[in-house]
Design a protein around this ligand. Structure first.
Ligand code: PLP
Length: 405
C-alpha cells in the first residue's frame, strides 16, 4: 500500500499575514481600473540613501560569493560606529550577529531563548509576524492587552507579573511600536528591565523603528541597560525602515550574553551567510549624512499629524495620537473591520480610487480582539494621505447606508 503524502500538520497552524491577506482583492480592483492606495503595508516610499545606491551601481566583485556567517567585517564595524554614535560605545562587533532582516533576528532570538512549549509575554496589539515565528518554534505567546484609552502604553507591573508562570522565558516588545505607534517611556522600559531581572527572564527588544519618534520624544533603547542585565538583554535591529532598504534584508541581533551569541553564530553557520551584496550596500550607512535620518523623521511626523487630524474629524473614528513608527491602530464605526476592508476593495471606489487597509484582528494574539479596528501604515505622500482620509470618510458613510439596507 502506498502511504499518503501530507504536509506537516503544524504547517497549517502558521497564520497568514493580515497585511497580505486581502492582496487578491486589491489585484482584482486594479484589474478593474481602480487605483488602490496602499495604507496597509509598512514599505517606506522614501528614497534609499544615494551612497548606498552608489555601492550597488559600482559593484564589481565576480563571482558573488558567500559572506562571513557572523556578518561582513565592514558592516559589523559600521554598526559598532552607529551604536557608538547613539551613546553606546560599549557595543562591540562581537556583540553583533548580522541577520537577513530583523525578521531573522526575532526568529533566532526566540529559538535561542525558548524551548518548545515555553511562554513569551507580548503586548497586544502586536507585530503580527511574532505569531508566525512563535508558531514555527512551538512557543506560546502570552498576550497582555494594551488599549487605545491610554495610547497603548504598558499596563501596571502587577498585571504583567500575573502572567508570569514557570514556563515564561522571555518578554518580547517593540519600541517604537508597530502596529500602535506607541513610544515607551523610560519608566516603562525600566519596569521591563526590573521584571526581567527579578524573574530571570530574557528581554527581547525590537527596535527597528528607533529613529521614528515624534513631538520631541526620544526612543529609550534596551542598549542603555545592556551592562546592567547583560545576560537577559537582546536587542533586535534592522536597516529596512531606517534607510528605506526593505529589500536588502539586513538586520542584527545584539547581545552581551556569550552563550546566546555563540549559539546564534552556529545557527548563522548553518544558513551559511546573509547576502554579500546586501551587506556591502548596508556598510555605507556610515557615510549617510545625518540629515537623511532627521529628514525622514520630520517627514513622517508631518504625515502622522495630517493623518491624525484628518481621521479624528470623521464621526465614529477613534485614533490615539501616534508617538512614533509609521503606524496607527484606528477604531472604526463598523462591526467587522475585515468585511469593511474587503468591501473597500470589492464594492467601493470614489472617482475610481479606493484604499487598502489591514484589519487589526490579526495584530492580536487573543481571538476576538480588534474586530472593529484597522492598522494604517502612513508610508504615502502627504497629498495621498489627505486623499485616503477623504476616501475613507466617504466609504464609511456609504458603508453605513448599504449596511442599513
Ligand atoms: C516591528 C517589526 N519588527 C521587525 C520587522 C522586520 O523587518 P525586516 O525583516 O525587513 O528587517 C518589521 C517589518 O515590518 C517590523 O514592523
Amino acid at each position: 500500500m502506498i502511504r499518503k503524502l501530507h504536509a506537516s500538520s503544524r504547517l497549517s497552524t502558521v497564520p497568514a499575514s493580515p497585511i497580505r491577506k486581502l492582496v487578491p482583492f486589491a489585484l482584482a480592483a486594479k484589474k478593474r481600473g481602480v487605483k488602490v492606495y496602499h495604507f496597509n503595508i509598512g514599505d517606506p516610499d522614501v528614497h534609499t540613501p544615494a551612497v548606498m545606491m552608489e555601492v550597488l551601481r559600482r559593484w564589481k566583485t565576480n563571482p558573488i560569493g558567500y559572506a562571513h556567517s557572523q556578518g561582513e567585517v565592514p558592516l559589523l564595524s559600521a554598526l559598532e560606529h552607529y551604536y557608538s554614535g547613539l551613546g553606546f560605545d560599549f557595543i562591540k562587533s562581537h556583540d553583533i550577529q548580522i541577520t537577513t532582516g530583523g525578521s531573522e533576528a526575532i526568529s533566532w532570538a526566540l529559538f535561542a531563548t525558548c524551548n518548545a512549549g515555553d511562554e513569551v509575554i507580548v503586548f497586544e496589539p502586536l507585530y503580527a509576524n511574532y505569531n508566525s515565528y512563535a508558531t514555527v518554534h512551538g512557543i506560546t505567546l502570552v498576550p497582555i492587552l494594551t488599549t487605545a484609552a491610554n495610547g497603548f502604553h504598558l499596563p501596571p507591573v502587577r498585571v504583567i507579573e500575573k502572567k508570569i508562570t514557570n514556563k515564561t522565558k522571555a518578554i518580547l516588545y517593540c519600541n517604537p511600536n508597530n502596529p500602535t505607534g506607541t513610544v515607551y517611556t523610560r519608566d516603562e522600559v525600566a519596569m521591563l528591565v526590573r521584571l526581567a531581572k527579578k524573574h530571570s527572564l530574557f528581554l527581547l527588544s525590537d527596535e527597528v523603528y528607533r529613529e521614528y519618534t515624534y513631538d520631541g520624544r526620544k526612543q529609550v533603547s534596551l542598549l542603555r541597560y545592556m551592562n546592567d542585565i547583560p545576560r537577559h538583554a537582546i536587542m533586535l535591529d534592522s536597516l529596512s525602515k531606517r534607510y528605506s532598504v526593505c529589500g536588502l534584508r539586513v538586520g542584527a541581533l545584539v547581545s552581551k550574553n556569550t552563550a546566546i551569541m555563540e549559539g546564534v553564530l552556529r545557527i548563522g553557520q548553518g544558513r551559511l551567510s546573509a547576502g554579500l551584496v546586501d551587506q556591502a550596500v548596508a556598510s555605507a550607512l556610515t557615510d549617510v549624512p545625518k540629515s537623511y535620518l532627521t529628514g525622514i523623521q520630520k517627514e513622517f511626523e508631518k504625515r502622522r499629524t495630517i493623518l491624525y487630524e484628518g481621521l479624528r474629524k470623521i464621526p465614529g473614528v477613534t485614533i490615539p495620537k501616534p508617538e512614533g513608527a509609521f503606524y496607527a491602530i484606528v477604531g472604526l464605526p463598523v462591526a467587522d473591520a475585515e468585511h469593511f476592508c474587503q468591501w473597500l476593495l470589492t464594492d467601493f471606489a470614489d472617482h475610481k480610487e479606493t484604499v487598502m487597509l489591514a484589519p487589526a484582528a490579526g495584530f492580536y494574539a487573543t481571538p476576538g480582539c480588534g474586530k472593529n479596528e484597522v492598522r494604517i501604515a502612513y508610508v504615502l505622500s502627504t497629498e495621498s494621505i489627505k486623499r485616503c482620509v477623504k476616501i475613507l470618510s466617504l466609504a464609511l458613510k456609504k458603508y453605513e447606508e448599504v449596511s442599513v439596507i
